[in-house]
Design a protein around this ligand. Structure first.
Ligand code: RAM
Length: 911
């Protein structure tokens, strides 16, 4: 479903050319919802988009009505909340402030806005469903089977899927029915044989001892009529741990289980709740013989349970469901969207050799394939997945490590059979198909791209085709690694949400995907994985227990919160996490600060920095750790400043002073210990110097010298290349741009020789590699689909090349300052902010600069127009000096700064 599921258009009453769109429902953990179902926070966040053709539209006030019925709302009665006319510019984060909401109720709302150009009519109504607010709302028990059956392979750790069913009767006519389900590890819900919802691999991954996400569905239409059958299939997911050979490391939760309730309201107002209990029956003897995230799924179609989720199925051979232990965590409505099949891919080629087919989708991605096949009963088709091929055309699978990445389908025979797995996914471009009866053509094997349902909110094209290609690779890499959590890679036996991979990357991703809810949920995963003493792990949820106490990985917690606040303007994100962040900062300081004020603990150094020559990586393990206290101290300093800034927003002035003081002291200690007066830091690596520069650790007097060093390393030592690993790459493009050397940043971004993003593409990458030398390094740690090396590249694309940057309140104030770089003549980018679309489209010609921009209502922008000193600037062919609404703020050399309000503008300047 579209992100604007409830968008509607209402004409503004005062200015007929203007329209209002919205409202949309917000929530603390939820910017925008796919479905207005199951919001379990007491004060959801409300927001709306204003649409208007006029320029310079600003909201001055709003009036919100929230009612318990559509009828009341239609009569303009806000019995739950009537905000009255409230003076405010806020249109994206108004917190519900009415009567306490009740579990499992639907509320209706609308908004009217007042603007400087007039007042809108009431918007059309929208609604949301309040979830289950109390633990007590779930006063029933979990069912499952705790133990192994003949259908399971206990030794290998494979379970067959668990099927549960129950027939029910609706005693009267159903007015409304809502299903609330927690099915762990993964579930599919059926009513009368129909799958409920189009989500896959649901629910979202969490540490189930901390919190369990429930999903909510409106099942009213499915429960019309008297008799119905409910069915639930359970897969392992991560509940029954994917790998159990290292119990000290991998978290295991137990056997699959489910708790569900359907709350029914009849037309006469009476209510009934249907729930899981031991009158349900279950079996493990279904067609999904085994399912495992890393290894794949085995499906024997001969074992299909025809009609198991329909009325009248003979379940006498099924067992009584048993009551089992609850997972332990809090029950929470899932506000980030589930995964979905987001796109289908057709093979670009199919070749066959020795009875096996090799399918090439032309694109590395994650998900699975859907197959159509016809043949004799018992025929076994084996699908094996890989990211690339060996020279002899066979699959290259060494880099999958222990992940078997193999699906098996056994035919039942007869008519054409269509199949796709349910409880696994793979990261791949190639599939080897063995045992397929008959000819396999492109129509019979469709690739299915699976990721968390999010809209793509950004686009970027330019006159440089390599920049465009990198953007495309990035999109595929990022999408592939959204798996309920931001995983590091989708193919090998890892797939963990490593914090360190994302500080700059997550920021850049936010320009491409509507991922606020996704990252808001991840922040909770991180917070909940914190130990009582303050320690934060490198991987969260901590499916792997990696509490290594370094700065760089856990530090991402603060950096992603900062990013979310900047992009969405929601201060509640900071307030929610502030105590945990502070605790961690104190913990690190207490344990790891030495007498000289240096944070001595670091685990990974500048992880995966490129070996000086491509050959050096050959045959060697890539994951050499080079712990470096300079990195940990620089990060601690940066995070002290971030915390001080958070205090500004949260109003904690005492803490703020302490963080600021500590930062001043640490800066001195850092310089004393690591600065070499000849102008560099530590061992004079690019990353060390960049951190000191970007974090503002360097003294003003030394800045120029340091800048000289940075440039010398790139230009002379590296012959125009970067030499940064995971840490340095997160900041490098912004550092160079701030230094006034966006030309050098551009050089790095458009290189095709090693090490560079272009080099990856020249060597066949269709996503982003884990390693700069991914084509020669050892396969042990060499994923071809990681996002970490994107660093801050996409931030630079949108903020510096296109010039779309938020200055306050999640783009309510925008700074538009594109960098003009020799060789780059054109950029066109769009970004869908919470206020509406922001576009920047510029073309540089010999002596002119043309720039079309648009910013949405209720926002303002400061533009930096490149223009020859003293030359005239036109907007829509009119000199801007003749336009009283165009405010010139300053003229500084070849840049003219102008303030504008919402609307579309066409500027032309002389260069
Ligand atoms: C690897 C992953 C991940 C990285 C860690 C330290 O296993 O590639 O991206 O963060 O190591």
């Amino acid at each position: 479903m579209n992100r604007w599921w409830c968008v509607f258009i209402v004409w503004l009453s005062v200015v007929p050319a203007a329209v209002i769109a919205g409202p949309d429902v917000f929530d603390l953990r939820c910017e925008l919802l796919t479905e207005p179902l199951g919001i379990d926070v007491p004060q959801p966040r409300l927001g709306w988009k204003i649409k208007a053709e006029e320029r310079g539209v600003l909201q001055t006030a709003y009036h919100i009505l929230v009612a318990s019925s559509p009828e009341k709302l239609a009569q303009d009665i806000g019995d739950l909340w009537d905000s009255g006319k409230t003076e405010s510019h806020n249109s994206i984060a108004v917190y519900y402030d009415g009567k306490a909401l009740k579990s499992d109720t639907k509320v209706f709302w609308k908004v009217k806005v007042y603007t400087n150009v007039g007042e809108s009519a009431w918007s059309a109504p929208a609604s949301w469903r309040v979830g289950l607010l109390y633990y007590k709302d779930w006063n029933r028990r979990w069912i499952g089977f705790d133990g192994y059956f003949n259908s399971d392979d206990e030794e290998a750790g494979y379970l067959s899927a668990r099927y549960f069913r129950k027939e029910i009767s609706m005693t009267k006519e159903v007015k409304e029915a809502t299903a609330y389900i927690m099915g762990l590890g993964l579930y599919e819900l059926y009513i009368d044989g129909n799958k409920v919802g189009d989500q896959v691999l649901a629910p979202g991954l969490t540490d189930y001892t901390k919190n369990v996400k429930y999903n909510v569905f409106d099942v009213t239409d499915l429960l019309k009529g008297n008799k119905h059958a409910l069915g639930v299939v359970l897969g392992n997911g991560r509940y029954y741990a994917v790998r159990q050979e290292k119990p000290y490391k991998v978290k295991n939760f137990g056997f699959p289980k489910v708790q569900m309730q359907i709350r029914v309201t009849y037309t006469d107002g009476s209510k009934q709740t249907i729930h899981t209990d031991d009158t349900w029956k279950g079996t493990t003897e279904g067609p999904i013989i085994s399912n495992n995230e890393y290894d794949g799924e085995i499906y024997d179609a001969r074992k299909e349970l025809q009609g198991w989720a329909t009325v009248g199925y003979d379940d006498r051979a099924w067992k009584k469901a048993t009551y089992v232990q609850e997972p332990g965590g809090n029950y929470e409505a899932q506000l980030n969207r589930n995964m979905k099949v987001m796109q289908d891919l057709q093979p670009v080629s199919i070749t066959s050799k020795g009875g096996k087919y090799i399918i090439d989708y032309g694109q590395n991605f994650s998900g699975w394939v859907k197959m159509r096949v016809q043949g004799e009963s018992g025929t076994k088709v084996t699908l094996r997945f890989a990211e690339s091929l060996n020279e002899d055309g066979t699959l290259f699978r060494d880099n999958l490590r222990a992940a078997k990445a193999t699906d098996v389908y056994i035919l039942k025979g007869g008519a054409v059979e269509e199949w796709e797995p349910r409880f696994t996914y793979h990261g791949f471009r190639y599939v080897e198909v063995e045992g397929y009866p008959g000819d396999l053509d492109v129509e019979k094997i469709t690739g299915r791209l699976v990721y968390d349902e999010m809209e793509t909110v950004g686009s970027f094209t330019s006159s440089n085709t390599l920049l465009n290609q990198i953007h495309k690779n990035a999109w595929w890499g990022i999408a592939s690694n959204y798996k309920g959590i931001p995983v590091d890679c989708p193919q090998r036996n890892e797939r963990q949400a490593w914090l360190g991979d994302r500080p700059g990357s997550a920021y850049g991703e936010n320009f491409l995907f509507d991922n606020a809810n996704f990252y808001i949920k991840w922040l909770d995963d991180i917070r909940l994985s914190q130990k009582e003493d303050g320690a934060i792990p490198d991987v969260a949820p901590a499916f792997w227990r990696y509490y290594s106490d370094n700065m760089t990985w856990p530090g991402t917690y603060l950096i992603v919160a900062d990013m979310l606040y900047q992009q969405t303007g929601d201060v509640r994100i900071l307030k929610r996490h502030y105590p945990a962040m502070k605790k961690w900062m104190q913990y690190m300081r207490a344990l790891y600060m030495d007498g000289d004020g240096i944070i001595i603990k670091d685990s990974y150094g500048d992880w995966c920095a490129p070996p000086a020559t491509i050959e050096e990586g050959r045959g060697k393990s890539a994951d050499v750790k080079r712990p470096n206290p300079l990195i940990s101290t620089a990060y601690y300093y940066h995070l002290l400043e971030v915390m001080a800034r958070f205090c500004e927003y949260t109003g904690d002035s005492i803490d703020r002073a302490e963080f600021e003081e500590a930062a001043v002291k640490m800066r001195e200690d850092f310089n004393r210990r690591f600065y070499n007066p000849s102008g560099y830091y530590g061992n004079n690596t690019l990353t060390e110097n960049i951190l000191a520069m970007y974090f503002g650790l360097v003294e003003d007097s030394e800045k120029e010298k340091l800048a000289g060093r940075i440039i010398a390393i790139i230009e002379k030592e590296n012959n125009g290349h970067l030499s940064t690993g995971l840490v340095g790459t997160q900041w490098i493009m912004r550092t160079l741009t701030d230094m006034g050397r966006s030309d050098l940043a551009y050089k790095l971004a458009t290189n095709t020789s090693y090490p560079s993003w272009g080099y990856m593409i020249e060597h066949g990458a269709t996503t982003i590699w884990e390693l700069w030398n991914g084509n020669t390094a050892h396969p042990r740690m060499n994923s071809q689909n990681h996002v970490m090396m994107l660093g801050d590249l996409l931030v630079w694309y949108y903020e510096n090349l296109a010039g779309i940057k938020s200055a306050a309140n999640g783009f309510q104030r925008i700074v538009m300052q594109p960098e003009l770089i020799e060789g780059l003549d054109h950029v066109a980018a769009r970004y869908q902010s919470l206020y509406g679309e922001i576009t920047s489209n510029w073309t540089k010609r010999k002596s002119t600069f043309e720039w079309t921009i648009s910013i949405p209502p209720n926002t303002r922008a400061e533009l930096y127009l490149p223009a020859r000193k003293g030359s005239s600037i036109t907007e829509s062919n009119r000199n801007i000096k003749d336009n009283s609404r165009m405010q010139i703020l300053s003229e500084d050399g070849d840049k003219v700064k102008i303030a504008i309000g919402s609307g579309t503008y066409q500027f032309k300047t002389k260069l």
